[in-house]
Design a protein around this ligand. Sequence first.
Ligand SMILES: C[S@@+](CC[C@H](N)C(=O)[O-])C[C@H]1O[C@@H](n2cnc3c(N)ncnc32)[C@H](O)[C@@H]1O
Length: 430
Amino acid sequence: MTREYVEEICAEVLKDVEEKRISIRGAIEDRKENPLIRKLRSLILALCLETVRRYVLLDKIWEHVVGEVPRDSYRRNLIRIVTYEAKYRNVEARRLLRVCMRNNIKVSKEHIRRLRDISENDIVRGLSYEEKLHVKYSIPLWLVKYVLDKFPDGERILESFSQKLPTYARCRIDRRQVLKRLAEIGISAEEDPDLDDAIVLERARLSLIEKTLGNSIYIQDKSSMLVAHVVEKTVNNNNVGIIKIVDTCSAPGGKAIHVVDRLRRCIIIGIDISYRRLLTERYLIYKYDVHHRIDISCSSALRLPLRSLNPDIVIVDPDCTSIGKLSHSPEIRLWLRQHHVHDMARLQYKILKNVIENLRGRFHIVYSTCTITFEENEENISKICDEYGLEIVDLCSIFPKFCNIYMRGSLRLFPHLHRTGGYFISCVRR
Ligand SMILES: C[S@@+](CC[C@H](N)C(=O)[O-])C[C@H]1O[C@@H](n2cnc3c(N)ncnc32)[C@H](O)[C@@H]1O
């Protein structure tokens, strides 16, 4: 059946997200030839994002009012969209009934009225504290339990995952000039108090910003920007000549480009296992005109010939559970499972181990993840320091605002404290 309705397109997009574990934006991009997507991209993106932010609540509402939630991914996501539209967008019942009928979902006008009228309190009545938060914030139950168990301010962390965070951008030219040009096109923004090249945007009208400022600006979360600042401080303290940096998990290159922007005396070899993501990095290093300082290569960080490269600094920014990005990319919650924490921690540890075993002499490793789990962060760093006799560089004294209370010397950022994604950075040396 051809998908003629926006709701059907959204359900297809969310099915792709769930099954292929890709982002909503990526799934929409894959379907960009679809005429409805070409015409209504922003609406489809917003509808998908808002639905996913409430997916547990929407499932519970449906169960309460209509009955069992369909098992197949397409129809499950379709009823989420329909419930969201009934309850939060007041879309007319006739349209929702038509969409359901076309997709063999049996609902009546009375069901739609009750979907609209039911209160969130009715849904969570009688549930345990943890289950209530699971429904309220639509975060997997295992993750709710993990956060409450590990962090004293766990509920605030969970709450912050459902709140919108500011958009940050990095200025590649003088920051005041960028703010002036943004003001001229009616976009208000301000200087970030912590990073001298960062600005905070109130409204992210990205295409207009891009059109006006071209490659003078790079949209990037403040937490990610901090990595290049850490690399810069590490180098300054060393006071050496040309710095050779290997970026082991480089694509799409956000940090590599930032590092060469800040460090005039460095070259980077960017490695990544994903050819597709490296194509994006190649596009970006040409767009930002830094291709002569970043060399990219497709390879696994588990088999890197680092000995011959003999770098001064290695950046390890590996795949992770990305829990710190739940606010900006809520779709992660659709497919993230508890075992992923251990799978990721194992992969990250193996990458670190391989890097260290292939380095000679003195070196620095800057390790970062966009997640909050201890297994992927402190525990990995502790393990490698113990096993290889490495020392943790004290980043706290340089960036006291982001000081990590769970591990001396390293940094942690949290959405509820710093208004950024959740992030971890540590620098170790031999
Ligand atoms: C968090 S992203 C890196 C983001 C990048 N550093 C940036 O700033 O734009 C993690 C990257 O690790 C890559 N990756 C995963 N396993 C890898 C491996 N074994 N070797 C090299 N890269 C790997 C993924 O393809 C992904 O691009």
